[in-house]
Design a protein around this ligand. Structure first.
Ligand code: GDP
Ligand code: IMO
Ligand code: MG
Length: 414
């Protein structure tokens, strides 16, 4: 059996979580491969609503095993709180397993994140403030602490911690001299019943023919190597990140399903070429409820960007796509689509996204006014909505297998 991937293809918040929740019914294991509690994945089933940060978005399916892979950075307290909230509503969390290779986010990472943002001044990235960047810095610098190191006397995590603090911003450990970090390591110790050998865990399941779904966090255009650097997160969010984040080879990957919002949003600073600074952007934000799940910040909004989308198809080797939030475009007289970039008199690719003199060609298609949230078949959508999807299909050049038309699990058209 090969593992399938579902991941975001824009700047995050594409609605990956709700798609993973839907698809999880057909899988035995759902695994997160990167990021940490910078993610916020909302799931709505009936009147129940969940916002998940670290636990994979399959929690509503009782039989599915949930795995947090070695490519993640985990804040133990956030995870303990999340597990507590899930248990309080009757969800069995004993099936949540954490790779021993996952790194631990400590309070000094959170402080360093804030300090780095302050130092950047007007060039601040607008991080989620969760210490994600500094935790990945320590991982690469080989001074991080993994779940494998907890309770491993020979590795002396507390000595490693001190070494890490010495390498980091000296002032960042605060006046408690690392006391908060020690408490966090104790919290990590309480997660011991969930910690497994992450490589054995995933390979045993691959070998046993279990159906495995790999859940992306953030979005393709926030990838540390290929996104709008430096306005990115600190992990590989693209499909290749699923291999390195779980310790599996590319040959073990089956389908790669990309999730695209029917328009674009971005939270935080950095290029968003199709951004609308007028009442149309306001309307997208209002109709789409575009406020961050983690930070509550208003998301910047703009038209669907075909240049960015084609780039994401290529980076991930998508086999199909899903378009979310089509209902949000209801009530626009004309719906825009950025079809190409230009710099001066030459055409440009996505790498030009941050250029100050970037020009864009915007195609405008007729909109629709009918509510579409009750449509369950693409064929039942208004003709102009179908024409818009047809245009997206032409641009993406991979099949669109499904369209979401509302927040609730069943609000989908195929
Ligand atoms: P993720 O990070 O990719 O999982 O996405 P988020 O959960 O952070 O943000 C997506 C938001 O859009 C959530 O509030 C979802 O409930 C909501 N959402 C998802 N799909 C749809 C849809 O088809 N229509 C509408 N109106 N809202 C949706
Ligand atoms: P989900 O999984 C949207 C953004 C932050 C910031 C940049 C770096 O819900 O789609 P970080 O805290 O990671 O160092 O911030 O990345 N960002 C996200 N934006 N959705 C996310 O996750 C994000 N995770 C990080 O806003 O611009
Ligand atoms: Mg989100």
């Amino acid at each position: 059996m090969k593992a399938d991937i579902i991941l975001g293809c824009q700047w995050g918040d594409e609605g990956k979580g709700r798609i993973v929740d839907l698809y999880a019914a057909d899988y035995d294991v759902v695994a997160r491969f990167g990021g940490g509690d910078n993610a916020g994945h909302s799931i709505v089933v009936g009147s129940q609503e969940l916002a998940l940060r670290i636990v994979p978005s399959a929690v509503m399916h009782p039989g599915v095993e949930l795995f947090i892979g070695g490519g993640t950075v985990v804040n133990p307290q956030t995870l303990l709180d999340e597990l507590g909230r899930l248990e309080a509503i009757g969800i069995d969390t004993s099936r949540v397993k954490i790779s021993d290779r996952a790194h631990i986010v400590l309070p000094h990472h959170v402080m360093r994140d804030a300090a780095a943002e302050r130092e950047r001044g007007s060039a601040a990235i607008g991080t989620t403030g969760r210490g994600i960047g500094p935790a990945y810095v320590d991982r690469v610098a080989r001074s991080g602490i993994r779940f494998a190191d907890i309770g491993n006397a020979t590795l002396r995590p507390f000595d490693k911690l001190r070494a890490g603090l010495a390498q980091g911003d000296k002032g960042a450990q605060g006046d408690k001299g690392g006391q908060d970090d020690r408490e966090m390591l104790e919290a990590a110790g309480r997660l011991a019943p969930h910690v497994v050998d992450g490589v054995e865990y995933i390979h045993e399941r691959l070998y046993d023919g279990k159906r495995i779904l790999l859940e992306g966090a953030q979005g393709t255009l926030l990838d540390v190597g290929y996104g709008t650097y430096p306005y990115v997160t600190s992990s590989h969010t693209i499909a290749g990140g699923a291999c390195t984040g779980l310790g599996i080879g590319p040959g073990s990957i089956g389908r790669v399903i990309g999730v695209f919002k029917a328009y674009c949003t971005r939270v935080g600073a950095g290029p968003l070429p199709s951004e609308l600074h007028d009442e149309r952007g306001e309307k997208l934000r209002r109709q789409g409820g575009e406020f961050g799940t983690v930070t509550g910040r208003p998301r910047r909004c703009g038209w669907f960007d075909a240049v960015a989308a084609r780039y994401a198809v290529a980076l991930n080797g998508l086999t199909s796509a899903i378009v979310t939030k089509l209902d949000v475009l209801t009530g626009f007289e004309r719906v825009g689509l950025v079809t190409s970039y230009r710099v001066g008199d030459r055409s440009a690719g996505f790498s030009a996204a941050g250029e100050p003199d970037l020009q864009m060609d915007v195609e405008e298609l007729p909109g629709w006014s009918e509510p579409i949230s009750d449509c369950r078949r693409i064929a039942d959508l208004p003709a102009t909505a179908r024409a818009y999807l047809q245009r997206l299909q032409e641009v993406l050049k991979v099949p669109i297998e499904m369209v979401s038309v509302g927040r609730e699990r069943s609000q989908l058209a195929r």
